[in-house]
Design a protein around this ligand. Structure first.
Ligand SMILES: Cc1cc2nc3c(=O)[nH]c(=O)nc-3n(C[C@H](O)[C@H](O)[C@H](O)COP(=O)(O)OP(=O)(O)OC[C@H]3O[C@@H](n4cnc5c(N)ncnc54)[C@H](O)[C@@H]3O)c2cc1C
Ligand SMILES: *[C@@H]1O[C@H](CO)[C@@H](O)[C@H](O)[C@H]1NC(C)=O
Ligand SMILES: *[C@@H]1O[C@H](CO)[C@@H](O)[C@H](O)[C@H]1NC(C)=O
Ligand SMILES: *[C@@H]1O[C@H](CO)[C@@H](O)[C@H](O)[C@H]1NC(C)=O
Ligand SMILES: *[C@@H]1O[C@H](CO)[C@@H](O)[C@H](O)[C@H]1NC(C)=O
Ligand SMILES: *[C@@H]1O[C@H](CO)[C@@H](O)[C@H](O)[C@H]1NC(C)=O
Ligand SMILES: *[C@@H]1O[C@H](CO)[C@@H](O)[C@H](O)[C@H]1NC(C)=O
Ligand SMILES: *[C@@H]1O[C@H](CO)[C@@H](O)[C@H](O)[C@H]1NC(C)=O
Ligand SMILES: *[C@@H]1O[C@H](CO)[C@@H](O)[C@H](O)[C@H]1NC(C)=O
Length: 527
């Protein structure tokens, strides 16, 4: 299969979305967090009534029904379209978020925050019987050449930011898929630029944060909120609501310039090619030290016409005019079905929206139930081969022609994202984050198992959850490495794996001593 055929296969599935009407089952689903009680309902009502008069037109089931409905159905993970918030607030400025947070806090209401809506975790970006704060009306982005920084509001998507900043030759260090949003930053965030710039969050210059009681503070690396600033680099949605980010600008060239070289390689996914590829990834993680090199590799299994098909590919990229054989030779030696290697503009690396971008060749579409699980591995070949072998067993168990109809699995992917020493070092140079302690300097790779279910499937079968649990048990993280909160199973305690876990807990207690956030909003456990 060619790359363009892969693209149209993936695009075709968007047409199915319209035929799957997600029922409003959530209202009666007892598994949803937080538990539906009459008191959570009435607290939410109280907050919404107050907000309706304080903020004017807000979208709610009784207010702007079209906007409410669009927002509810727009969540990427189908499971997150099944919740019905009591009302949705669409702030236009930080002051609106303060008003909303004060009303929520005073009423004791449950709440959620949504930016790009791409969370894979059920319930992390929406809420039943609570207030949802949606940033869809706050999407400004601008470049300040004198500070060489980019300032944006939380509603922007990475593809839109790329498009609007291309004329200046700069980009924020954000996601690898255009349709994803800024929640990525709070989970740390990895970009194709990370080898030279660090985790996405390592590029924060200042952030405006609405604390749980409605106070608005600006946190920087050196002011009185420096602890909050650092905690936010990996602390996900637990430390407040960010209303403005100022980040270091990455210099990526204009659409007329091609500072990068590389592209997608789609391999002939035989067993020997897969094994060679996994070994190449392990060697890359262990040996590559050049921050100009960037790479992601995935092994995908998709059900096509009832049969499992394998798609194995890498996106290879170099800041320069060729792919150095000393770095990428092993990848280029594996027999390929198709490859799109060539000179790259940044706008080609990260196109706008759902366009099948190099980093987006799988599971970027909305409308399907999605599920992640994550591990982190040192560059030891055996660890990578083990992750692959366990993944293969998972797919043979749940994605054979016989088993796929009952597992409901339509597409699974094993992703390997290297975290080179240069990436870790950039974080340290920028004051550190909450994921890695100062003494963690060894390169590693994040390994992620991602599942996409058949159109319409709303509840993950218990056997498949067991299969994910088994994979996570069989592919444990290497000693001392953090689980990536952007790519984990909600049941994994990612924070507890952080190098700065004690710091994270202490900082949480300082800014939310009443534990309001963890008791009223779904998100990572461990605080
Ligand atoms: C197709 C795809 C590709 C991906 N690629 C990458 C990648 O390249 N690199 C990477 O690091 N991750 C990647 N991810 C994971 C992604 O980073 C997470 O899913 C991330 O949480 C998405 O952010 P969002 O704004 O789109 O989603 P949302 O669901 O809107 O937000 C995610 C979480 O952040 C919280 N949040 C959002 N904004 C704020 C705010 N302003 N203040 C407080 N809390 C907030 C939300 O409450 C929610 O819990 C990818 C995910 C998908 C589905
Ligand atoms: C809500 O949106 C969904 C999906 O976009 C659509 O199918 C449905 O008809 C809409 N319902 C209403 C009441 O507008
Ligand atoms: C967002 O951009 C619009 C149009 O450029 C501008 O009118 C508005 O003031 C900006 N808002 C903020 C908060 O910067
Ligand atoms: C893929 O590899 C298999 C096994 O070596 C071979 O038979 C097949 O022809 C290859 N396919 C392509 C398109 O090269
Ligand atoms: C590419 O390399 C140049 C020269 O070292 C550097 O200035 C630039 O920041 C690099 N760009 C990226 C995106 O890594
Ligand atoms: C990265 O690439 C730039 C040119 O694109 C080059 O000047 C620089 O030396 C390279 N850095 C390393 C570490 O090779
Ligand atoms: C963002 O990009 C999408 C295309 O994917 C476009 O439809 C949308 O209007 C853009 N939003 C903004 C605010 O530019
Ligand atoms: C499975 O996903 C593919 C795209 O990857 C899509 O074309 C197909 O319709 C999906 N099948 C089901 C049953 O959802
Ligand atoms: C393969 O996966 C299935 C389902 O998760 C599990 O029951 C079985 O024990 C696994 N086998 C091995 C060898 O891991």
């Amino acid at each position: 299969m060619s790359l363009s055929a892969l693209g149209s296969l993936l695009l075709a599935s968007v047409l199915l979305v319209g035929s799957t009407t997600a029922s409003a089952a959530a209202a009666s689903d007892p598994s949803l967090f937080p538990r539906r009680t009459s008191s959570s309902e009435s607290s939410a009502q109280q907050a919404c009534t107050h907000l309706q008069s304080a903020l004017g037109p807000i979208a709610s089931a009784t207010g702007n029904a079209a906007l409410y409905n669009f927002t509810v159905h727009n969540a990427w993970n189908l499971q997150n379209t099944l919740y019905q918030p009591t009302c949705i607030v669409f702030p236009r400025a930080a002051a609106d978020v303060q008003t909303a947070m004060r009303a929520i806090y005073t009423a004791g209401s449950h709440y959620a925050v949504q930016a790009g809506s791409h969370s894979g975790m059920q319930g992390w970006n929406t809420i039943q019987d609570g207030v949802l704060i949606s940033f869809s009306q706050m999407q400004n982005v601008s470049y300040d050449a004198s500070r060489d920084s980019i300032t944006f509001e939380p509603g922007i998507h990475w593809g839109n930011a790329t498009a609007q900043l291309a004329q200046y030759g700069v980009a924020p260090v954000g996601g690898r898929v255009g349709d994803v949003g800024t929640g990525l930053l709070l989970g740390g965030g990895v970009s194709f630029l990370s080898p030279s710039y660090g985790f996405a969050a390592d590029n924060f210059i200042s952030v405006d944060v609405v604390l749980v009681d409605g106070r608005l503070v600006t946190a920087t690396a050196t002011n009185q909120y420096a602890d909050l600033f650092r905690a936010l680099k990996g602390g996900a949605n637990r430390f407040g609501i960010v209303t403005r980010y100022e980040v270091r600008a990455a210099h990526v060239g204009t659409p007329e310039e091609t500072p990068f070289y590389g592209g997608l390689v789609l391999y002939n996914a035989t067993e020997s090619a897969n094994v060679a590829l996994v070994k190449a990834v392990a060697k890359y993680v262990k040996e590559v030290t050049d921050p100009n090199a960037s790479m992601v590799t995935t092994l995908t299994t998709a059900i096509v016409n009832g049969l499992p098909q394998q798609y194995t590919w890498s996106f290879l990229m170099y800041n320069g005019s060729s792919l150095p054989p000393s770095i990428f030779g092993d990848f280029l030696a594996i027999p390929a079905l198709d490859s799109q290697i060539g000179a790259l503009t940044w706008t080609r690396v990260l196109p706008v929206g759902d366009e099948p971008s190099p980093g987006a060749a799988t599971n970027s579409l909305r409308g399907f139930t999605q599920h992640f699980g994550g591990s982190a591995l040192h560059g030891d070949e055996e660890l990578f081969l083990n992750a692959y072998t366990r993944y293969k067993n998972f797919t043979e168990t749940f994605m054979s022609a016989e088993s796929a109809p009952s597992s409901g699995l339509n597409l699974t992917t094993l992703w390997f994202t290297p975290v080179l020493a240069s990436q870790i070092e950039q974080g340290r140079l920028n004051g550190g984050n909450s994921m890695l302690s100062g003494s963690q300097t060894t390169p590693y790779a994040m390994a992620m198992l991602a599942e996409q279910f058949n159109a319409g499937l709303q509840e993950i079968p218990a056997s498949v959850q067991d299969g994910m649990d088994l994979w996570l048990e069989q592919v444990p993280r290497s000693e001392g490495l953090p689980i990536f909160v952007n790519e984990c199973d909600a049941k994994q305690n990612a924070f507890a794996s952080y190098g700065e876990y004690e710091f994270l807990k202490a900082t949480y207690m300082k800014y939310d001593p009443g534990r309001y956030n963890v008791e009223h909003q779904q998100g990572p456990m461990g605080l």
